[in-house]
Design a protein around this ligand. Structure first.
Ligand code: DGL
Length: 265
């Protein structure tokens, strides 16, 4: 029997990565953990995000995973280094697509939309320092966007105003490429597109993560390419609420199991 691949995020955002992995690696079994009891991560302390990341990874190891995808920019920035020190399985993280953005911009101005924690991290400043000699990288902490996605509130005027308030300053500064540096944000894409207009490029990281995961599995001879993979969804919060949230972003019904806390030693 083949072993599953584990993914986690603070909530439903990582499903934007999950859908790319599902499409690219259809034979793999996946376990998706939404840490709904602790969402959002974007404003939590780094220590707390590290603790949650460790706990969830331990849980996923009890489920016998062969690889881990940290489907959250905030948790990657705060905890991936430490996870790699603690655990020996292949661990793939997600980071804002600043490099492709720097290659694609024509105005020389790139806007990065992410959580306050991601933008404040050392990992992010290291990333930016590799590109900001050629291009101007403008950052925009998007407080409240994660909640819009978690609450499924992307239709109304409130959501539109909230998105416009963060995107418009970047456009006024000349940004022609926007980087979605949080895995929740692809679910706001129609709204962001409406505010940004048809000519601005909008980049997300899901497809690149799926490719990276595939390469890594092949390199380690861990890939499974026969049969039809299944996904198990797990949440640390109320499983019915989580199922409703996931169904809203995915557009199909899902069954959600409860996360058994394995504790942090
Ligand atoms: N989806 C996450 C990210 O990519 C975390 C959002 C949050 O919980 O604040 O950053």
């Amino acid at each position: 029997v083949d072993r599953p691949i584990g993914l986690f995020d603070s909530g439903v955002g990582g499903l934007s990565v999950w859908r790319e992995i599902r499409a690219r690696l259809p034979a793999e079994d996946l376990i998706y953990v939404a840490d709904e009891a602790y969402v959002p991560y974007g404003t939590k302390s780094v220590a707390e995000i590290q603790q949650r990341s460790t706990m969830i990874t331990r849980y996923l190891l009890t489920q016998n995973i062969k690889a881990l995808v940290v489907a959250c920019n905030t948790a990657t920035a705060a905890a991936i280094h430490q996870l790699r020190e603690q655990f020996s399985l292949p661990i793939i993280g997600v980071e804002p697509a600043v490099k492709p953005a720097a290659q694609e911009t024509e105005t020389g101005v790139v806007g990065v939309l992410a959580t306050p924690n991601t933008l404040a991290s050392e990992k992010f400043s290291d990333l930016v320092s590799r590109f900001n000699t050629d291009v101007r990288v403008m950052v925009q902490p998007c407080v409240g966007w994660v909640d819009l996605v978690e609450q499924g509130e992307w239709q109304g005027q409130y959501a539109r105003d909230c998105v416009a308030a963060h995107v418009e300053p970047l456009l006024s500064a000349g940004a022609d490429v926007l980087v979605l540096g949080c895995t929740h944000f692809p679910f706001l894409l129609p709204l962001i597109r409406r505010v940004a207009g048809p000519h601005v490029r909008i980049l997300e990281s899901g497809a690149a993560i799926a490719r990276q995961l595939e390469n890594r599995l092949q390199a380690e001879r861990l890939e499974c390419d026969t049969g039809h993979g299944h996904t198990r969804f797990v949440s640390s919060g109320d499983t019915h609420v989580a199922a409703a949230k996931m169904a809203r972003v995915l557009g199909c019904t899902v069954v959600v199991d409860a996360l058994c806390d394995v504790g942090v030693a």
